[in-house]
Design a protein around this ligand. Sequence first.
Ligand code: SME
Length: 160
Amino acid sequence: MSEAMEDVRALPKPEAYRILKQQVASLLEGIDDPIAQMATIACVLHFGFGHLWTGFYRRVGEKLWVGPYQGTLGCLEIAFGKGVCGTAAAERRTVVVPDVRKFPGHIACDARSRSEIVVPVFDRAGDVMAVLDIDSSEVATFDDHDARALESWMTRFRPL
Ligand code: SME
């Protein structure tokens, strides 16, 4: 299968997310494997927006282990409650960080990272099973539009 990657950088965010969600929905039709789903979402978001790092950390016990991602090497493991990812997982909420240098405890896997958003992913029982982490090389890349769009996406995406 070969499909062109959508580049949505020039579009307003609501339109950009609508297009990417549509592309993912068509790519994942009939696919219920969570790793395939996470890999596809990470890839489409990463190249669609040209982010620095886009991927998932999976919750295993009280730890987050790196999952499918696009970008340079990510930290392999993050303790629950630590960093932006661990905070989002422990507090079960989206965390938007306009400037990572101002977030106490930020884990810098890549020194180029300047802002980020982390959105929890819940399983069917309502427990956090992963987080979606997106990093940007610019400050203040993410706002409420991203939070709402990604939350509604991750709410419908029940991988397990
Ligand atoms: N920024 C994250 C760490 C993961 S990576 O940057 C890929 C955090 O502080 O949780």
